[in-house]
Write a protein that binds this ligand. Structure first.
Ligand code: FRU
Length: 501
């Protein structure tokens, strides 16, 4: 899908402009969006993953933490359950699991619809957009316009994200003549001497461009990153750039780049690079394509800004779908969920710096009761669970979940790869690609631990505490509650999870 966009956009965009041309305060009257009730009982509605109350959602946007609240904005079409004129939906949470839906934060205007981007707390009010001594929350996003193309705009809030004002001189970054020019991820780069600057990491067709700014308004191009050996199967989108401390205590920088299509198992996926960023350019420390997730359904994921130092975690959330079929998955009221929130950490294996994603520990607060799994077969009581298994040493393994209709998913640990088969998992015929068998190479990694998180229509599978991950959506016609295990120690545990609604 190079240089292209979802065709449905062009049909719906005119409607968006005429319907929503307001450029100033965007807050609609406070509306009541139910956080529970029949809308949330739809058969595939996730019970502990974030979903929009109604209609379409794609990428997570503007993830920022302020005063005890995790903010999640998201690509949203409020008028339909397929992709269309993009708005920023909004929700807040104190634990990344229980979410409160808030009114739409950003509406399209004459410059375009509102594509993906980020948000920061402008500490020190470098933008001058804070009023009354407040450090504003500033959103940096892409305007998508069929004729004017893609530009970057900003909006600000002085009341903890409750109301938003677009900056009056938008766009702050004009398009240099490249149709794919989007998804700004902004963070503060500290020079280490008390001074610093804002860095914007931007996806530009098939490269990453870095820009810098003293004030979030005036941007200067710094450098580009597009090494010849990276993955170029599709357009680059939704980047993120952040430092992590490696196992030896050294700072390493990580660059996430989502790519669509061209993922290791078809369609959308996120590659990452480890290396060094010096405030001007990024240099990778290897020449190998690495993927954050080998499942088909973790895309456009980025991390939260402004997590307090005392917490120190790098927290990630992805969109749990794939552009191959996102618009036609068999859900009704809502379409698409986010992944579980995950903590990103570096680990060293075989001379490489790699990224582990682990579910956040907050998930344990949802534990209801637990059971031991001591036999090869087990009948589960409910499909909301965390399955904690240890693989037998020097053995292959397989885990099957099935139902009385003969529907099943099979996860196998083979000699040199993981195989995930959802081809008979229930509703699969809506898209040919959905039936594909997925594989993840082990590259010498010895699997010892397997954690599976199951919700109504997803499985998130973490090997060795997140060293290798597969995120997969499924649509069984009855819950997959029969568990059959091979090559697994008989000391497994299942933790049933409470719904967050
Ligand atoms: C990624 C993406 C972004 C874009 C947004 C539009 O899924 O294509 O590049 O900003 O979706 O909804």
């Amino acid at each position: 899908m190079k240089n292209s966009f979802k065709p449905i956009a062009y049909l719906l965009i005119t409607f968006a402009f005429s319907a929503c041309s307001e450029n100033k305060k965007e807050q609609k009257a406070e509306i009541e969006i139910p956080d529970s009730g029949p809308v949330f009982d739809e058969v595939y509605r996730p019970q502990y993953h974030f979903t929009p109350a109604e209609n379409w959602m794609n990428d997570p946007n503007g993830m920022v933490y302020l005063d005890g609240e995790y903010h999640l904005f998201y690509q949203h079409n409020p008028d339909s359950n397929v992709w269309g004129p993009m708005h920023w939906g909004h929700a807040v949470s104190t634990d990344m699991l229980h979410w409160k839906h808030l009114p739409i934060a950003l509406y399209p205007d004459s410059l375009g619809t509102i594509f993906s981007g980020s948000a920061v707390i402008d500490k020190g009010n470098t933008s001058g957009l804070g009023k009354g001594g407040v450090n504003p929350m500033v959103a940096i996003f892409t305007y998508h316009h069929p004729e004017k193309s893609q530009t970057q705009g900003i909006a600000y809030s002085n009341d903890k994200g409750r109301t938003w004002t677009k900056y009056e001189n938008n766009p702050v970054l004009e398009n240099p003549g490249i149709p794919d020019f989007r998804d700004p991820k902004v963070s503060w780069y500290d020079h280490g001497d008390g001074t610093g600057k804002w860095i914007m990491t931007l996806a530009v067709k098939d490269k990453i461009s870095f820009y810098s700014s003293p004030n979030l308004i005036d941007w200067k191009h710094e450098s580009d990153f597009n090494p010849s050996w990276a993955s170029y199967g599709g357009v680059w989108e939704c980047p993120d750039l952040f430092p992590l401390i490696d196992q030896e205590g050294h700072e390493k920088w990580v660059l996430l780049v989502s790519i669509n299509p061209g993922g290791p198992n078809g369609g959308s996926a996120t590659q990452y690079f480890t290396g060094n960023f010096d405030g001007n350019s990024f240099n990778a420390d290897g020449k190998e394509v690495k993927w954050i997730d080998y499942g088909a359904d973790n895309y456009a994921g980025v991390t939260w800004s402004d997590i307090p130092k005392a917490d120190g975690r790098r927290l990630f959330l992805g969109w749990m779908s794939n552009w191959q079929y996102a618009n036609i998955v068999p859900t009704t009221v809502w379409r698409s969920a986010m992944t579980l929130p995950r903590k990103l950490e570096l680990y060293h294996f075989d001379g490489k710096n790699l990224l582990a994603s682990r579910p956040v520990q907050e998930i344990k607060t949802l534990y209801d009761n637990s059971e031991k799994i001591e036999a090869k077969s087990h009948l589960l009581r409910d499909e909301l669970f965390h399955l904690d298994l240890k693989k037998k040493e020097e053995s292959l393994a397989s885990i099957k979940l099935s139902n009385e209709l003969g529907e099943e998913v099979i996860l196998s640990v083979e000699e040199d790869k993981i195989v995930f088969d959802r081809s008979k998992s229930g509703k699969v015929k809506f898209n040919k690609e959905f039936q594909a068998i997925h594989e993840a190479p082990l590259n010498g990694l010895e699997i010892y631990d397997i954690d599976i998180y199951s919700d109504k229509s997803s499985l998130e599978i973490f090997f060795n505490e997140g060293e290798l991950v597969l995120t997969e959506i499924i649509f069984p016609n009855a819950p997959l509650l029969k568990l059959d295990l091979e090559g697994i120690e008989n000391n497994g545990e299942i933790h049933y999870l409470n719904s967050t609604w």
